[in-house]
Structures are given as structure tokens and as C-alpha cells.
Design a protein. Structure first.
Length: 264
């Protein structure tokens, strides 16, 4: 069983590089503003650090335009880290770049060998299980290999489906506490969260479903007042961070960090 899935002592982030304008995107709504993205990223790091966590900021990788989205490179569990094999071939080098940084903090780092693929954005870790959404970036072979790697650590993996047209499973959901999920109505309608308490995003605010619970904060993107109000009234400590530029590249709050507590 997982333990306190939202409490962390560490986080790893990577600064956006100038090549971010060439990042992958499902729909081209214009190039991100690098200076504004950097400012938002700095605010994000401040929010993480405000909880007392140790935050490692890695330098941007010009060779990998999407490398600011570090979550896709690994799954971090108390027992160790599993380096992913991204479904986007141009991003696989990002995972290799992340591996030594994880090795420096963990006693054990495993790597998916393939041929399957899996990205961290499709993995939702709750108190009792690891949900993995099959998507355009994560396939059955990748999920099967992950199962083989984390089962010896005592973790249960459950395969679920990402809604059509949604990049990653966590585009539409996030963990708020040990029993509660924030989700879009379309994802909750699939039944994948049966047994959990589910809070829906407000109508027209699906894009804020990707938030993170990081210690005592719920860090969510600016611009979604009704959902933020719902969460505040439910007792959560909300911290708003700009995400307009990352959103142009299908990125959200969880995408920007790896969050973990290495086992001592």
C-alpha cells in the first residue's frame, strides 16, 4: 500500500529553454512566450519550496524542447524511481538525461527497456494503487512492463483508459488527498474512480483538472475561479500559478515536476 501519496520531501524541476517554442502540441494556438513561461516557472518553484521541500532546479535542455515537462520522464515511488520510455520518440532522450539525477537521490533506479512506451503524465498515484491510462503516449506493453517492475515493491497497478482526444490521463484528473480526486466529468463518467470521493471541475474549466497536491498546498493554474472556489470551500489550501504558456504545449501543474520522498 502506498503511504501519504501527496506528502513529499523532494521535487525536481527543469527550467524551460529557448527551444520550447518548438515543443510538441496537439493544436497550434501560437508559440509560448519564453519570458512569461520562465516567470510562471519561477512562481511554481517558489510554491513548491514554500512547503519546506528540497527543490532541485535543473538547467534547460536546448536539444529537447519539451524537457521542462519532467514528469513524463519517470515514476517516483518511495522504494525507487522508474525511468519511463516516452511514447513521443523525440522525448526519449529526456528520460536518459533525468536518470542520473534520480540515481543521485534514490537507492534504486529502474528503467523501462521497451518495446512498450509509457509517460508519467498517464500515471496517477493514489494512496492505494497506481492508475495508468492507456493513451496515444502509453500502450499496453509499457503498462505491462511497469507492472513487472513495481509489483515486487508491493504496488498495485490498474490500467484505465484516457478519454479520446485527451493527451494524458492526468490532463483530466489529480489527487487532492488520500481519498479524493479532482476530475473532469467526462473522465469520472468512465467509472475509473469508483470508491473515491470525486470533485468535478466547474463547467468550462476542464483545463484545471491537472493540479497537484504538494504537502499542504493544492497548486493549480490561474484562471479557473469556480473550481478554485469549490476547492477552497472544501478546505484545501489553494496556491494559484500562471500556466498560460505551458498550456499552449498541453502542459499543466503536474507536468512541471517530479515529486517524491526517497526511502531512507
Amino acid at each position: 500500500m502506498l503511504n501519504h501519496s501527496f506528502r513529499f520531501t523532494h521535487a525536481i524541476t527543469r527550467r524551460p529553454s529557448a527551444s520550447i517554442i518548438d515543443g510538441l502540441r496537439a493544436v497550434d494556438v501560437g508559440a509560448p512566450d519564453l519570458a512569461l513561461m520562465q516567470a510562471h516557472h519561477a512562481d511554481y518553484v517558489v510554491a513548491l519550496r514554500s512547503t519546506g521541500a528540497r527543490v532541485v532546479e535543473l538547467a534547460g535542455l536546448t536539444a529537447y524542447p519539451d524537457s521542462v515537462f519532467v514528469e513524463d520522464t519517470a515514476l517516483c515511488l518511495p522504494e525507487g524511481a522508474v525511468v519511463m520510455r516516452p511514447g513521443a520518440p523525440t522525448r526519449r532522450g529526456e528520460a536518459a538525461e533525468m536518470a542520473p539525477h534520480l540515481a543521485a537521490l534514490y537507492g534504486e533506479v529502474l528503467t523501462l527497456a521497451g518495446p512498450g512506451c509509457i509517460e508519467g503524465g498517464d500515471i496517477l498515484t493514489t494512496e492505494t494503487e497506481i492508475l495508468v491510462g492507456r493513451s496515444a503516449r502509453t500502450n499496453a506493453d509499457g503498462i505491462a512492463e511497469l507492472v513487472r517492475l513495481v509489483t515486487p515493491w508491493g504496488h498495485t497497478v490498474r490500467e484505465v483508459l484516457t478519454p479520446p482526444g485527451v493527451l494524458h490521463f492526468k490532463t483530466d484528473c489529480s489527487v487532492l488527498d488520500t481519498a479524493t480526486i479532482l476530475a473532469t466529468p467526462r473522465l469520472d463518467a468512465s467509472g475509473c474512480f469508483k470508491g473515491y470521493r470525486v470533485i468535478h471541475t466547474a463547467p468550462g474549466e476542464d483545463a484545471c483538472a491537472n493540479t497537484i497536491r504538494f504537502n499542504d498546498l493544492v497548486i493549480m493554474p490561474q484562471g479557473f475561479p469556480r473550481t478554485a472556489d469549490t476547492l477552497s470551500k472544501a478546505g484545501y489550501n489553494i496556491r494559484l500559478v500562471g500556466n498560460s504558456e505551458c498550456a499552449k504545449l498541453d502542459g499543466g501543474m503536474s507536468c512541471l515536476s517530479l515529486r517524491f520522498t526517497p526511502r531512507a
